[in-house]
Write a new protein. Structure first.
Length: 105
């Protein structure tokens, strides 16, 4: 039996998306009630109203909700988000196993 606690998030990017969303809310970018309503509607639209374990399906909808909020307020457009997603994909595909993933190599 291990004394090491289980991770709260199943993937690092889940934690990063969560932390970014909380930070943006805490800095006044959007109200949490607005976030929760939009996120709930997106989960339902994707058919994810069942109990979720916080896996990829849940966080893909989380990220979609965050991206739509940022697009609506003019912070980050769809093209910019797609470009950044492609850059991250290129970075993690070309990073040797075990090394930190860095943008702009």
């Amino acid at each position: 039996m291990s004394d090491k606690p289980e991770p709260v998030f199943s993937a690092p990017w889940h934690a990063q998306a969560f932390a970014l969303t909380v930070h943006l809310n805490e800095t006044g970018r959007f109200a949490w009630t607005d976030w929760a309503a939009r996120f709930g509607a997106n989960l339902a639209r994707h058919g994810l109203e069942r109990d979720l374990d916080g896996g990829d399906d849940y966080f893909h909808v989380w990220l979609e909700t965050l991206e739509s909020l940022l697009e609506e307020d003019g912070s980050a457009g769809r093209a910019e988000a797609e470009h950044m997603r492609a850059e991250w994909e290129r970075a993690y595909i070309t990073t040797p196993h075990g090394m930190p993933v860095r943008l702009g190599r």
